[in-house]
Each structure stands twice: as structure tokens, then as C-alpha cells.
Design a protein around this ligand. Structure first.
Ligand code: NAP
Length: 252
């Protein structure tokens, strides 16, 4: 299947890690009004068939895929590579058991259900939690504890890099995307925009988290690419360092 802008290997960014963290790529699918899901967070399948293939190609290129526990509770994702979508025979897998990208969940209070697909042991998995968390996970799950109330992203990312995650894909949801953007640890972001409107008051938007009160607090982005993908559009953004505020610029 032809994927404009993504079938050519030279169009994929280098994805070089930083000294203290992996290269971070955020990916999600939204409605035309920027919602990630239906009312109350009910899962919406917003990706077109072409976008689903692109996401599998992206998952193949990373060392780890991260979601928040909100997404685990709402969607119970497996975060596996669906090789059948890439035209491969999934039973003739090249992978041994428990191979594939590391699956990572941000879960400060141990809310990941015991029966969650992420804990099925079929692929390496890590839970990032906080220092005082008492929750125990199966022995095949790596656990890292950072911060007091909520997982502290920077030390957690450093830990992931030390464990071999050079390229990290962040797949949501809305609070996690907010934290990564606010913390300034996003290198690249792809957003598939589906030709549908969801609306309402309770459907989560792409980014939630802390309120933004003015332009100073908004997170600036640079538009890298816009591509039609099936019936929707794929927008590619990169992060830009914030300019110092006018008041902070020294006047001559
Ligand atoms: N369309 C898409 O591409 C897509 C992709 C993924 C998800 N979704 C949708 O997104 C919704 C879930 O989003 P959500 O915002 O409710 O949940 P989320 O972002 O998946 O997870 C948020 C939770 O992660 C935990 N967490 C721990 N450390 C954190 C940190 N440093 N920053 C942020 N979160 C941290 C917090 O729970 P604790 O305090 O308990 O740790 C927090 O409530 C669902 O409706 C799902 O369907 C859509």
C-alpha cells in the first residue's frame, strides 16, 4: 500500500536519542474537532486503513511504545505489531516469544488491571510508577519508580534510555500527551485527522492536563508536513524551543 510521505525510508527522521532521554515521537488519531475518543472516553477507531498500516510501520521503528494508565483502562491495548496489516503472515513471525518493542505504561497508583493485555507476558513490558507505590507486578514486568505523586518523566526517560530504549513512541492518551509536551520532551508528533466530528463536552481532546492561560504558556510547534492519507490527513509537527518572552529579552 502506498503511503505518501512514509513509504520512502529517507522521509523517516533520524530519531537520534538525546544524551539523557530517548528520541520521543508522539502519535495519535483525532477527529476533525480534535477529539481522541467518544463521550466519556469510549474508544473511537479514528485511523483509516492507511493510517493503521503507517502506525504498524512506525511501531517497527521504535524500541518502546508508551501509554498512560487511562488508555489501558479505556482501551486495553496490546501495543503489539499487527504484522497482518503489513501484508505479512502473523503465524510466520520473525519474532521469538516476548520480542518486539518494550510496552510501557505510566501508572503511579497501580491501577493497571491484572488481566490487562499489556501484562500478558507476550512482549517485554515495563510499568513506570512512583516511589511509594506498593503494587506488585508479575516477574516478567520491569518496574521503575520515579517521583512522589505522579511519575516524574525526565528520570523515567533516562531510565528507559539506560535500558536500551533509544526511540520511544508515545501513543497517548490526552493527559500523557499533555505531560510530554509541557515537559518539553517531544521531538516529533504525527496526528492523523479523521473526517468526522465528535463534539460534546466529555469526549477527550488530544491534549488535556494543565490549563493554558495565555500565549506564554502555550506549547509552540513547527509544521513539518501535511499529507492526505485515505479520507483523512496526516499532520507532522516538530517541537520548537520556546522563545524567551519579550520582557525577558534584554533591551538595548
Ligand atoms: N485516538 C487515539 O490515538 C488515542 C490513543 C490513546 C488513547 N486514546 C484515548 O485517550 C483516552 C485516555 O486518555 P486519558 O487522558 O484519560 O489517559 P492517559 O493519558 O492514557 O493516562 C493518564 C494517566 O496516566 C497516569 N500518569 C502517570 N504519570 C503521568 C504523567 N507524568 N503524566 C500524565 N499522566 C501520568 C495518571 O494516572 P495515575 O495518576 O493513576 O498514574 C493519568 O491519569 C481514552 O479515551 C482513549 O480511548 C486515544
Amino acid at each position: 500500500m502506498s503511503l505518501p510521505g512514509h513509504e520512502r525510508p529517507d522521509r523517516w527522521p533520524e530519531m537520534e536519542p538525546r544524551p539523557d532521554r530517548p528520541y520521543v515521537w508522539v502519535n495519535c488519531a483525532v477527529s476533525a474537532d480534535g477529539r481522541l475518543a467518544y463521550a466519556g472516553g469510549t474508544r473511537a477507531r479514528l485511523s483509516s486503513p492507511e493510517d493503521l498500516v503507517r502506525v504498524q510501520q512506525l511501531r517497527l521503528r521504535v524500541d518502546a511504545i508508551l501509554v498512560g494508565v487511562g488508555t489501558v483502562l479505556a482501551d486495553d491495548p496490546s501495543l503489539r505489531i499487527h504484522r497482518e496489516l503489513l501484508g505479512e503472515d502473523p503465524s510466520a513471525s520473525h519474532d521469538g516469544p516476548r520480542s518486539g518493542p518494550l510496552r510501557v505504561v505510566l501508572d503511579s497508583h497501580g491501577r493497571t488491571p491484572e488481566k490487562a493485555r499489556l501484562l500478558d507476558g507476550k512482549q517485554p513490558t515495563a510499568v513506570l510508577t512512583v516511589e511509594r507505590s506498593a503494587r506488585r507486578f508479575p516477574p516478567h514486568v520491569s518496574v521503575g519508580a520515579f517521583g512522589r505523586e505522579r511519575v516524574a518523566l525526565r528520570p523515567a526517560l533516562k531510565w528507559l534510555l539506560r535500558k536500551g530504549t533509544r526511540r520511544l513512541l508515545v501513543e497517548g492518551g490526552s493527559e500523557v500527551i499533555s505531560s510530554f509536551l509541557r515537559e518539553g520532551v517531544v521531538d516529533h508528533m504525527t496526528v492523523y485527522v479523521a473526517p468526522v466530528v465528535i463534539g460534546g463536552r466529555t469526549a477527550p481532546s488530544m491534549v488535556s492536563g494543565r490549563e493554558t492561560h495565555d500565549a506564554e504558556e502555550a506549547v509552540p510547534l513547527r509544521l513539518v508536513d501535511v499529507v492526505r492519507l485515505g479520507e483523512g490527513a496526516l499532520l507532522t509537527w516538530s517541537a520548537v524551543p520556546k522563545k524567551p518572552s519579550e520582557s525577558a529579552v534584554e533591551k538595548p
